[in-house]
Design a protein around this ligand. Structure first.
Ligand code: SF4
Length: 475
């Protein structure tokens, strides 16, 4: 029987990353004795396109499947164009969050032969089975088989969604060889203990996804296998502490597995932090936990407009404890350009989070993601945004384009002076305290640097200049 060669390709944001979706697909296929059809190539955004093109060409697959995200669409679109020029018989499949949200668009625009919509483990195996059952393959005129979850060019009217895979039944994504590869190449090791989120923030692509948890006993049994790989583990659960008691049980097991060189990255909601969980994270070995805490905004009107719930006044003391503790490296997320957020409201949120002195403060901008509840409401809310990835906000009723551009410049200054180094932290905290408005410090800094990057000496000169300006104002 002919077994087509199917190449799964990831183009990751950074070379330290390894796309877990590909390994999850391969392990799911292995259970059905289909893994021999699958091959995996991983690249990073900075990989020369010529290299990707040549390696895929030399491998000579029948089908190439790409995982599309907002950050890699442009590169993959260009690569697919070249692949079609040099391998006209090649079948192209795209999947992943970006393809799932705009299936028909990518089917036509790329063009692709099929789009895998939604979670792929079961539907991809169904496709491989259907391919393996064909007596021969791949004439240029063939269409791909139609299976649930796949939007197939030429058979669009036959599309039907696939049921969600049983998360309890999914295999552990890393076999012995993959574990060795991840360890030897010092890759981040991604792990998924749950999918979906119980919250409903309208800007988020997970907002409509019901929370599904992998059984706790299975997670506890898999953690030692992850720890054995070593390095930095990264839970991709949208909200690690969505179920706080479960988060405590997992954290206890992670603590038991401690050894030098190991750390765990978790995405955390500030609003589900029982003291027991905070205590465990605070008392861990230095920087054993890396917590990314999604605050997003402190402006009540903005929180209401995007359907985000939670009481920051109650959450803040716990977040402060985590920032002050040695056991956790704390990264706070803040979003500019939310509907309902004003210039004053954003500046207040920024100042308050800045003065907590987190290890890292992500000064992000709203993205109106296709498929998110906000995408449908954007015109009604007066949000203007870029029509192509990353769908970034360009204007809101409260923030004109000129102001958002000014914020982008402030963000560059902030990253150069605050996030990139801790050398100026105390000076910056003092400057912000004196002015009562941390954002204005970086707006002033942005005027001194405009769009240029900064080396350490230039950064130090800007901080000195800001201090002199403050001093002169006080005289
Ligand atoms: S932003 Fe975070 S908390 Fe809100 S729906 Fe998305 S994953 Fe859940």
């Amino acid at each position: 029987m002919y077994r087509p060669r199917v190449l799964l390709v990831a183009v990751n944001a950074r070379s330290i990353q390894a796309n877990p979706a590909l390994y999850s697909l391969r392990e799911a296929a292995a259970r059905q004795d289909l893994a021999d059809m699958l091959h995996i190539y991983e690249y990073a955004l900075h990989t020369p396109q010529q290299q990707m093109l040549a390696e895929i060409y030399e491998m000579n697959p029948d089908i190439v499947a790409f995982s599309l995200y907002v950050w890699n669409v442009a590169v993959i679109t260009s690569l697919i164009g070249d692949l079609q020029r040099v391998m006209p018989q090649l079948k192209i499949i795209v999947g992943g969050p970006e393809a799932s949200a705009r299936g028909y668009h990518y089917l036509n625009q790329l063009p692709a032969d099929a789009v895998c919509i939604g979670e792929g483990e079961d539907s991809f195996c169904a496709l491989l089975t259907a391919l393996a059952e064909r007596q021969f393959y791949a004439y240029e005129q063939d269409t791909l088989p139609v299976v649930p979850g796949f939007l197939v060019a030429g058979a669009e009217q036959e599309y039907c969604p696939a049921p969600l895979p049983d998360i309890a039944g999914l295999p552990f994504p890393y076999d012995t060889d993959t574990a060795e590869y991840l360890r030897d190449h010092a890759k981040l090791v991604y792990y998924e203990a749950s999918r979906g989120c119980p919250h409903n923030c309208s800007f988020c692509a997970s907002a409509r996804e019901k929370l599904r948890e992998r059984p706790l006993e299975l997670v506890l049994a898999e953690l030692p296998r992850l720890a054995a790989i070593g390095g930095q583990m990264k839970f991709i659960d949208r909200t690690f502490n969505a179920n706080p008691q479960r988060a405590i049980a997992i954290t206890r097991e992670i603590l038991r597995l401690h050894r030098p060189g190991l750390s765990w990255h978790l995405e955390v909601s500030p609003f589900d932090l029982p003291p027991e969980l905070v205590e465990l994270w605070c008392n861990a070995a230095p920087d054993y936990f890396q917590l990314e805490i999604g605050v997003q905004s402190l402006t009540p009107a903005a929180l209401q407009a995007v359907g985000r719930e939670g009481n920051w006044e109650q959450a803040e003391p716990q977040v402060k404890r985590l920032i002050k503790s040695a056991g956790s490296h704390v990264h706070l997320d803040l979003i500019a350009g939310l509907p309902g957020d004003t210039k004053k409201g954003f500046a207040k949120s920024f100042h308050r989070l800045h003065q907590l002195n987190p290890d890292y403060l992500q000064f992000g901008f709203l993205k109106v993601l296709p498929g998110s509840p906000l995408a449908g409401k954007a015109p009604e809310l007066g949000i203007g945004f870029s029509g192509e990835p990353p769908y970034q906000v360009l204007a809101t009723r409260e923030m004109a384009p000129a102001y958002l551009f000014e914020l982008h410049r402030a963000e560059r200054a902030f990253n150069a002076l605050y996030n990139k180094t801790k050398d100026f932290r105390l000076n910056l905290l003092d400057l912000a305290e004196e002015s009562g408005d941390a954002l204005s410090v970086y707006q002033r800094a942005a005027n001194l640097m405009h769009w240029r990057g900064l080396n350490q000496g230039e950064a130090a000169a800007i901080v000195r200049r800001l201090e002199e300006e403050n001093y002169n104002r006080e005289l």
